[in-house]
Ligand binder design. Sequence first.
Ligand code: HEC
Length: 364
Amino acid sequence: MNALSKSCNPARGVWSARLFGSVVTLAAAISLFFAVPPAFAEAEIVAEWLDRNPPLDPNDPAWHKTKAVEVSLYPQRTVSPGSAAMDVARIAVRALYNGEAIALWLEWRDRAPADIVSVGRFADAVAVQWPVEYGPGRGLPYVGMGDPSRPVALWFWRADGKVETLAAAGFGSLTAQPSDGVEAKGVWEDGIWRVVFRRPLRALQGDEMVRFDPARQGLIPLALATWQGEAGQRDGDKRLSGWRALRFEGGKRETGEAELFGAAAPAEGNPEAGRKLMLERDCAGCHAFPGNPERPAAGPDLTYVGGIHNPSYLLESLLQPSQIIVPGKGFHEMEDGRRTSLMPPFEGSEQERRDITAFLGTLR
Ligand code: HEC
């Protein structure tokens, strides 16, 4: 049984892979994107309680009783060299926990498994990214590997058997850490990878590790990335998701959760007006985006920006570009010892800003 081929059941938050094939469903989905703030168009992942240690074997029957949620993975285009991948992929996620450990079950399509690493050969891989510190008021780290003031912790599994605990504070700053106790097991079968990560709730060591405290947390944000080895994908050539919520079953709901995931600023704008504005204004001189005949690289490629970022982040990027600076090369300068974005703050009307944000939200 595989979660990706199950039919669409919006009530359960599982989206059908058949979406790609059906123009009618696709049109319906697009109109949905206009109405629903992007960050909440996709369901929460629920970590269900289990009366025993969550199984490491992806084929353990306990997993099949658990609800799977699909998460979209977008080709990384923000920093160069961007991914050559042309399509959005999906990954199905299940989660289980008990008083001792938490486990994540991940499933994605890959026709040919690549499990050997040698000169010029790369293996399939998957990573889970966690914020080390976050919360209402503090927000979330930059989704592409964190930022200097808000680091992220990562679990990495590669098809040749490598499992690693890593830390990062911006693109290109990835460093291996002593293991936090994470284990992983992957199985490829009939065109599908299934990988389980499991870790004790308490990290073995280290401040850079993710902390799990289901009783107090309620939820914890996570993001995912995959690499397709046979396509030569590695490092920044990957697909990644936006921040998603992993909610502990039975955990409390806290105020400020919606704000954390950027629902505070729903994009109530007109995307078509936003697209025209972006072509008329200087945005088109610095950013590549669908509909822009030029492909300038002075700023990040915005092709999938609505998939990986939430509306309030996008709105904020326009108003205060230096608030969160994309950690790529050549995107900022130093001014009085502070990093300053090379992007000029947007000086249009409130409505224009909303229209642009609405358009950016459709870029996914
Ligand atoms: C002079 C070049 C320049 C212009 C003009 C410009 N930008 Fe930017 N933009 C950048 C740079 C450089 C960054 C990356 C640094 C940062 O995060 O501020 C950026 C970042 C962004 C981001 C954040 C992307 C991410 O992945 O986090 C968005 C969204 C964005 N710009 C949209 C726009 C829009 C919309 C306009 C037009 C109203 C515009 N930009 C005009 C250079 C520019």
